[in-house]
Design a protein around this ligand. Sequence first.
Ligand code: SAM
Length: 322
Amino acid sequence: MGRSSKDKRDIYYRLAKEQGWRARSAFKLLQLEQRFRLFQGVHRAVDLCAAPGSWSQVLSRNLRGSAEGPPQVVAVDLQAMAPLPGVLQIQGDITKASTVQQIQRHFEGHSADLVVCDGAPDVTGLHDLDEYIQAQLLLAALTITTHVLKKGGTFVAKIFRGKDVTLLYAQLRLFFPSVTCAKPRSSRNSSIEAFVVCRGYSPPAGFEPSMDSPLLHGDLALAPPSGPSRVLVPFVACGDLSAYDPDRNYPLELDPHRPYRFLPPPAPPIAPPYARARSRRRQRPGGGDMDWIHPSINRIPDAWPPFTAIGRERCQSPRCGL
Ligand code: SAM
């Protein structure tokens, strides 16, 4: 497989490299912004699960300063990220109280206008488990949001539209009067990934943010709503219909006036979880590069070949947005 084959198969991956975005996900946030005007009046933003940093790039390039000073963007991820101008980076876990404290310290007592989260757990391939872990990550993002978002603020997060998604919608609706599920054009149709756009943060009366206990407990706990009490939210496809189809292959020569040139990724991962596997592969007789290993794989079993070998550059799981 040639090094340009991924450029043919993944148009947004190629465009991201051409436009200097660290990941193809940048287009998802840009298309959400196009539809929802998320950045209007936003001076302070938090990017949860930010590595390698394309959403932080979008935020830092699009937010405007205020009379108080330039815009402030805080990016949090478990993994290290290469520095980005105008972005404060926290290498930490979004489920930890220490992460909340670091964000609050940076904002010096002010609250954020916008919190975004493109968090994705390591995909196991067991769909029910993956959906469950994704839902937990979303709830962790919502929990941290309750500590740092100002009243009236906006929360945007990745969601898997699995069978229990209405429970998540119900929980989000407790905190936000407006919840919309949006599918940007650059998100593959074959993936159950979508994004919730939650506006007008307004926690229920008596709600005390806490990192020690599950988000909804005691009187605020919700039974899974069913029948007529099921919470439904509007679904919006966003991104111009003339935009590229992420599930299609495109020729390398998109524009006859601009010859194709292979570009390396602008910011390769600093310490990718698959680095150990790559070095082991190189040590094997006839071993080549391991770029095709799924980025979610952070533990390679001792027996080789790994059960997770995908053999393609793109994950084939219909559930995975990567
Ligand atoms: N939005 C990013 C961008 O545009 O570059 C891509 C995010 S990537 C799809 C998902 C990220 O979630 C990974 O970098 C992973 O480390 C992070 N993540 C998963 N669980 C996390 C947690 N508990 N705390 C912080 N980050 C987490």
